[in-house]
Design a binder for this molecule. Sequence first.
Ligand code: NAP
Length: 307
Amino acid sequence: MTIYDTVIIGGGPAGLSAGLYAARAGLQAILLEKSFLGGQAVTTGTIENYPGFPEPITGFEIIGRMEEQVRKHNLPIEIKEVKSLTYQKDTDGYTIHLGDGQILNTGTVIVATGALALNLDVPGEKEFTGRGVSYCATCDGPLFREKEIMVVGGGNSALEEAIFLARFGKKVSIIHRRDALRGDKILQNRVFENPKIQVIWNSVVKEIKGDSVVKEIVLYNRVNQSSSSHKIDGLFIYIGTKPNTAWLNSLITLDSKGFIIADEKLQTNLPGLFAAGDCRQKELRQIVTAAGDGAIAGMMAYHYLQQ
Ligand code: NAP
């Protein structure tokens, strides 16, 4: 049985970057990803703020380049789900149980499992997901050519994706619960200047209605305290993310929202267990900060094993 130096769990920008640094440090490493490489980044239409790319680049392209780079350094990547992780105090190592029954033993672990889209939790959301309700403009946007589209949220994701969706839709309405957007100023300006985009302020989604597909949305204006119905074809929900950490089963310390608490070296409360990227408690969640986390975690795993 192979005993790994480090097992990286998650194949987004943080995991791929951790894999690059671990492989280059000569560690016996493996990256495990449960579905597809790239995480949330791979479904991001346009990336304009990753240093070194002055022209916009798609998430798909940037992840493709990251994958090509780690494969050049011979990092093994396997599409396998991790079911559980346990710390063996006597050996100071970790045992990882995979969905296919395989068991891996390792000296260190880098958890880079990212975050998942939050749901609105309103009537109709579950029922119409995939039938007009979507969490991925890159995947589903082209289905709504010349249609009425709404986007929920006021952060960077909502603004970026509304701009992307305006290429297809007849009109894009951003539903925001306050009277000021949260997203970056540069994106706000683009939203306000785009003749196809309008913002519906101080409003929240009350209900999503339709037959076989979405037809109508009921909004509630929090200032007027009134409800209104609107005909729509597509609803894209971008109200933030929740960390993908429930599978850790309280093995390590999480904050109240479920983000992993790690120190400056990205070490958690357990020795040799590091956290990188959007799954950890941090101030700025970007592809560049995820990649930075991966580099630190990869090198810290190396230093930990040296000691
Ligand atoms: P976010 O920044 O947390 O914004 C979530 C938005 O949804 C906020 O405007 C929030 O309103 C609203 N919201 C939350 N819960 C809601 C609810 N139940 N009903 C209605 N609205 C609700 O999330 P995000 O935009 O997904 O971004 C996640 C992280 O990725 C952020 O750190 C972001 O900066 C980063 N990101 C960066 C880029 C980029 O730099 N290009 C692109 C995408 C994402 P309030 O404003 O009232 O709280």
